[in-house]
Design a protein around this ligand. Sequence first.
Ligand code: CMP
Length: 140
Amino acid sequence: AVEKTLSIIKPDAVAKNVIGEINARFEKAGLTLVAMKMVHLDDEKAGGFYAEHKERPFFKDLVAFMTSGPVVVQVLEGENAILANRDLMGATNPKEAAAGTIRADFASSIDANAVHGSDSPASAEREIAYFFGADEIHSR
Ligand code: CMP
């Protein structure tokens, strides 16, 4: 089925100047960018996005990292987009990410891991609505 998923190009990848290379991977894999903006998150916006991790030991570092510089938030659309994007990203920890994945090629640590992608249809729905209004999403 055609799905939408939320993607974030994180501060490390923005700083490395690889926004274009990452977007090219999405497009070459058949995913379409149907919404996109560059934002510098504050503690409240980043903390709310990652609310499910609030009790995890890495939460504070995660929020500090995600607010350390601008990010690109985007909506990818395509056949099985949620899983397709997770395959393109590779494992959360770049040390475990398969060769040729975005994280294997661009990430340097589990925090600075280049990209985020929704992990289920329910989280995709929540995460897309967290950043975008319906009038900002240009579905095909
Ligand atoms: P992301 O997919 O954006 O979702 C939560 C983020 O927390 C994850 O990517 C990692 O960058 C970060 N993180 C840091 N430590 C851990 C950990 N031990 N397990 C999972 N995620 C972690």
